[in-house]
Write a protein that binds this ligand. Structure first.
Ligand code: MN
Length: 129
């Protein structure tokens, strides 16, 4: 089953989302700040990263830039999560190299659709649609 690194500094959001992803059968790794997001992605090579953008140490945009600039981790899909559903957030996330974007509070069916599409793309399955 796919391994997801969940990067979220808010404990309540983190616990809730990790439980819900667990229930859907994902193995969930946790990072609580942007520095850990980078080091854990390098060490653990998750299949996908769910990246909160507002994080301590380094923010999600900078963590994404670092991971996408590193050939070892550049191909790992990153979905940005922000609390504001603003068009500028989406643009900023895509500019930083995120593969997709979603807003909080999380709509789980919608987020799962985006996760599945990216995992299918990277797994070399029949291709995303
Ligand atoms: Mn946050």
């Amino acid at each position: 089953m796919a391994r997801i690194l969940l990067v979220e500094d808010n404990e309540m959001n983190r616990d809730m989302l990790s439980r819900r992803l667990n229930r859907r059968g994902f193995e969930v790794l946790i990072a609580e700040d942007g520095g850990l997001a980078v080091s854990m992605t390098r060490a653990e090579r998750p299949d996908l990263v769910l990246m909160d953008m507002s994080l301590p140490v380094i923010d999600g945009w900078e963590a994404t830039r670092q991971l996408k600039a590193d050939p070892e981790t550049a191909s790992i899909p990153i979905i940005a999560l922000t609390a504001h559903a603003m068009a500028s957030d989406r643009e900023q996330a895509m500019d930083a190299g995120c593969d997709d974007y979603d807003s909080k509070p999380v709509n789980l069916p919608r987020l799962l659709g985006k996760i599945d599409a990216l995992l299918a793309r990277d797994g070399g399955d029949s291709g995303s649609s």
